[in-house]
Design a protein around this ligand. Structure first.
Ligand SMILES: [Zn+2]
Length: 153
């Protein structure tokens, strides 16, 4: 669990649900002095055209399994990781959305809402829609299209 300069690291390997078999990628979490550097690289996101290139809500959820049911393939992801009982988008697990580039997204952000060891075992979810950063409890971000469990590197 050591990365650059011996900093603690965790990683989530992302896989799409049954409707998104082409979707895959990784999210790396590196504990820095001022927070956790979250770096996502995702391939195979849906692309509908220039005026709907895809913006995908992105959150750490408090569940510990990328499993679900016929209605929601990742129902067991549960709600957004929120140890301090804050409203959305001030949940600890709330992150900036992914911007698709013909199906590819790269995003890196620093957050001090958690430490890397707080999120081991939890899951990170990509949603079908943007996050409106207003609607409770999850930003009206639509279906869960991909998931990955956060594990020690
Ligand atoms: Zn949230």
């Amino acid at each position: 669990m050591k990365g650059i300069n011996d900093r603690p690291v965790a990683i989530a390997m992302i896989r799409g649900g049954d409707d998104y078999p082409e979707l895959y990628g990784s999210v790396v979490f590196t504990q820095m002095k001022l927070g956790v550097l979250v770096t996502a690289e995702i391939h195979g996101l849906p692309y509908k055209g220039e005026c709907d290139a895809g913006i995908f809500a992105f959150h750490i959820h408090e569940g510990t399994s990328c499993t679900g049911n016929n209605e929601d393939p990742f129902a067991n992801a549960e709600g957004h990781y929120n140890p301090n009982s804050c409203p959305h988008p001030y949940h600890a697990g709330d992150l900036p959305p992914l911007f698709g580039n013909h199906g590819y997204a790269y995003m890196s952000v620093l957050t001090n809402r958690f430490r890397v060891w707080d999120i081991i075992g939890k899951v990170i979810i990509i949603h079908e829609q943007p996050d409106d950063f207003i609607t409770q409890p999850s930003g009206n971000s639509g279906t869960k299209i991909a998931c990955g469990q956060i594990l020690r590197e």
